[in-house]
Design a protein around this ligand. Structure first.
Ligand code: TXA
Ligand code: MG
Length: 363
């Protein structure tokens, strides 16, 4: 399949391109598009065949449901059984935006779109290109993140092209995603609202709108043996090609632990200055620590206290290590407060939960 790649400026949207993209969706095709969280791989949410195509293009197991993207509140009642009060309260504060809500689904939504579940995940993105595109596409766009299954979600079009060129009809390049992590998912189908995936809209923000919310323990606790309720959270995800380990603890100890291990690796695999023959090493550092590391590739995700900046850069940096052929990666750990909970959730999954704590134990 030939993929058309088009660039759109969010502040000066080319309506002809948007209409062409909308037509592709209405005719059962696939279009990757920008949102404020990450890029999405879109198809007609009300068409089973389109959802099947999404699973195939992404290489995703078809029991992993898709999020239905809408452009306005008036689109919601058609695809859900009922809209609980909490949903109106959340929508008022956080829609359009990086929040996905789960409802009991109406018959209009095919089982293929929801991975066979009786519930449906719905999000209204704030990105203007996304909004215009969803409207042009008929109002209901099913879209997982626009990466091949298992890879970090794309926050720039370059990585959408890398994963999906030749597998979708069109890729809309809308520049860098402003948030950089996928939406927060909240399940409103149980008695108590439950966070199934942490994101930019934090637990505190949700509680401020609707009172007490719970968090699905299985998504944050590696030792928890219960299957997470969001089917996608059980899969290995966001993984770079290199072996990633998170090192937590006091900053100085983290730096010396990582440098010591990189030094050891170099001795074992060819020595300093012979990187091409030896193992290539990388560190996910912060502005405060980046100069202190001795790895082949040191990348700062941002200031340690700026969780939003860290969120924006994390997935791109994981991809860049792949581009550079880095085989062993160390990452600093982050506080699980606010957006930090989402950052650590993604980082832990990317690392397959390999974590070393240097405060308790130095080896
Ligand atoms: O920010 C985002 O949410 C991005 C952009 C494109 O909107 N989309 C995204 O989609 O991250 P995806 O498919 O990569 O992740 C959706 C997650 C999966 O873990 C899936 O299992 C879960 O949402 N999910 C979808 N529908 C669900 C449902 N009915 N019940 C429980 N979990 C659901
Ligand atoms: Mg995804």
């Amino acid at each position: 399949m030939k993929t058309e790649i088009v660039r759109i400026d969010e502040e000066n949207i080319d309506i002809d391109v948007i209409e062409r993209a909308g037509r592709i969706i209405k005719e059962g095709g696939l279009v990757a598009f920008p949102t404020e969280t990450v890029y999405g791989l879109g198809g007609d949410a009300l068409n089973s065949a389109s959802s099947e195509k999404i699973y195939a293009a992404k290489g995703r197991p078809s029991d992993n449901p898709l999020i239905v993207h809408i452009a306005g509140m008036n689109a919601l009642p058609f695809i859900v059984k009922e809209v609980p009060k909490a949903a109106y309260r959340l929508a008022e504060r956080y829609w359009p935006g990086p929040l996905t809500m789960i409802f009991h689904k109406a018959d209009s939504v095919p089982a293929k779109t929801t991975g066979g579940l009786e519930t449906v995940a719905v999000r209204m993105p704030s990105n203007k290109v996304a909004k215009a595109f969803i409207e042009a596409a008929g109002g209901y766009v099913a879209a997982p993140s626009a990466n091949r299954s298992g890879r970090p979600s794309p926050t720039v079009a370059k990585y959408v092209i890398e994963d999906l060129d030749g597998r979708v009809d069109m890729i809309i390049d809308g520049g860098q995603a402003s948030i950089g992590l996928e939406s927060t998912i909240i399940d409103l189908t149980e008695e108590k609202p439950m966070i199934l995936r942490p994101g930019y809209v934090t637990e505190e923000m949700l509680a401020a709108a609707i009172g007490d919310v719970e968090t699905d323990r299985s998504i944050i606790d590696a030792a928890c043996d219960k299957a997470p309720k969001a089917p996608g959270m059980k899969y290995r995800h966001y993984a770079p090609k290199g072996n990633l380990t998170i090192v937590e603890g006091q900053a100085e100890k983290v730096v010396s632990y990582i440098n010591a291990h990189i030094g050891k690796l170099r001795e074992e695999c060819g020595g300093v200055g012979e990187k091409a023959d030896g193992v290539r090493t990388g560190v996910i550092a912060t502005d405060e620590t980046a100069v202190l590391y001795q790895a082949d590739s040191v990348k700062s995700v941002g200031g340690r206290r700026d969780a939003e900046e860290i969120a924006r850069h994390l997935f791109r940096i994981l991809r860049e290590f792949d581009d550079e052929g880095v085989q062993v990666i160390y990452a600093e750990g982050f506080e699980q407060q606010g957006v930090g909970a989402a950052i650590m959730n993604r980082l832990l999954k990317a690392a397959g939960h390999q974590v070393i704590c240097v405060d308790d134990k130095t080896d």
